[in-house]
Ligand binder design. Structure first.
Ligand code: NI
Length: 222
């Protein structure tokens, strides 16, 4: 038995918050979705929701007109109007695209700092409580360096290993607290051996700074 879709109408989008009015006839549903942002629901009517949640969980929730509630990003559900009458609420999402922009800027500065061989500038991009998982090492996650002092030492060692090194064709992406940089590494090690290989970093952010850098490189073979 198919349910009718609820109707969303964007009432406000100023780049930091998006306010969407949802209107449900009796039995209408939003469809399954995952919330990518923190959000506040302001009921515009009284009503009863049926919430379908992962793992076949269902529950009912009462909406009281003008009594708001807040939820965090990551909520996954289908929302159904379980009452007999129409129902509507305003969903206010905290988008904070400014933080996305700040994080993208951090990734650009970070790549430039690698090319400038500037360890201070690299550490300016890292949170105090940072982690670096290098692309090679004895463990499944390469080699793990924890804390600013250990990460700084690992970066210095990398410059020491590669007297010539450049990271070109940088491409960056940010989604929520995570980010990706792709690049081509071209360098020469102490023994004079040339290396040219594509790789990427997966990042976790804390504010606009990098909390964790997890590096990967292609393995070249004949
Ligand atoms: Ni929802």
């Amino acid at each position: 038995m198919g349910r009718k879709p609820a109707t969303p109408m964007v009432r406000l989008d100023d780049g930091r918050v998006v306010a969407t009015e949802w209107q449900f006839t009796s039995g209408a549903e939003t469809g399954w979705h995952i919330h990518g942002h923190d959000y506040v629901i302001v009921p515009l009517t009284d009503g009863t929701l049926l919430l379908e949640e992962p793992g076949d969980v269902t529950r009912e929730a009462s909406l009281k007109q003008h009594v708001p509630y807040a939820r965090r990003a990551g909520v996954e559900h289908n929302v159904v109007n379980a009452g007999n009458g129409d129902l509507s609420f305003l969903e206010v999402e905290i988008i904070d695209r400014k933080l996305d922009g700040d994080r993208l800027a951090t990734l650009s500065r970070f790549l430039a700092a690698w090319n400038a061989r500037n360890v201070d500038a690299l550490m300016d991009c890292m949170a105090e409580d940072c982690v670096f998982q290098s692309s090679s090492g004895p463990d499944a996650d390469g080699r793990r360096h924890e804390g600013a002092a250990a990460v700084r030492a690992a970066y210095e060692a990398l410059f020491d290993t590669f007297p010539e090194a450049s990271w070109s064709d940088g491409r960056h992406m940010v989604s929520g607290d995570r980010g990706v940089s792709e690049w081509r590494f071209i360098g020469r090690d102490r023994a004079g051996k040339a290396i040219e290989v594509d790789g990427c970093d997966l990042f976790d952010f804390e504010g606009s700074r990098i909390r964790a850098k997890n590096s990967f490189r292609k393995v070249r073979s004949a």
